[in-house]
Design a protein around this ligand. Structure first.
Ligand SMILES: [Zn+2]
Length: 201
């Protein structure tokens, strides 16, 4: 049985055309627990095999990235079904009340008929990551039991005394909290800005 690791790395994500789509904030590498699907499969596969200090370009195909586009994920709805009065192409919505509901994107507006696409915006894309592994260690028992990394700057923000704001205190209004990646619910982190979670998902 392989040991789960906590890996921190800086990354820049580009598409095949070379446009930067995402990157880790300056001086704040992304830290994750391996083996729990916290980051996309194709990237994790490479990172677990890399050494601290190693830099590499990792190309992730859709089957190990955000999957392929699925036309069944495209739907036309009447604007009356949406939570807002006006939409424009490029707007995003959460398709339900639950915060785990899929995010849909407005791709066409024809009068009251709005075409929504629930595919991930990067579905079908080859992803080009420039990664730089800055830290690697074995996960602690606590991290393994929580299913995410604790630590400076990563998930849980490192802010507030007790390290991880998620431990013990179950948020009553958030039944799904424990399954979220980072601390399960930014809402309960102390004094952190908004989401609280440093993970880019
Ligand atoms: Zn935790």
């Amino acid at each position: 049985m392989s040991t789960q690791q906590v890996i921190s790395f800086n990354y820049t994500l580009r598409n095949k055309a070379g446009e930067v789509l995402d990157q880790s904030p300056e001086g704040r590498p992304l830290e994750f627990l391996s083996g729990v699907g916290q980051i996309i499969e194709g990237l994790e596969e490479r990172l677990v095999g890399m050494e601290s200090g190693q830099k590499e370009e990792v190309i992730v195909r859709p089957e190990k990235g955000y999957g392929f586009r699925d036309e069944a994920q495209i739907d036309v709805v009447n604007i009356a079904q949406l939570p807002v009065d006006q939409v424009k192409v490029g707007d995003y919505f959460q398709a339900g009340q639950d915060r785990h509901s899929p995010i849909v994107r407005v791709v066409k507006v024809e009068g009251d008929n709005i075409t929504l696409d629930a595919n991930h915006p990067l579905a079908g894309e080859d992803l080009v990551f420039d990664v730089d592994v800055v830290g690697k260690r074995e996960a602690t028992e606590e991290e393994l039991s929580h299913g995410h990394a604790h630590g400076a700057g990563g998930c849980c923000g490192g802010g507030g005394g007790g390290g991880c704001g998620c431990s013990g205190e179950e948020a009553p209004a958030e039944p799904a909290a424990e399954e979220g990646g980072c601390c399960g619910g930014g809402e309960q982190s102390q004094g952190q800005s908004g989401g609280g979670c440093g993970c880019s998902h």
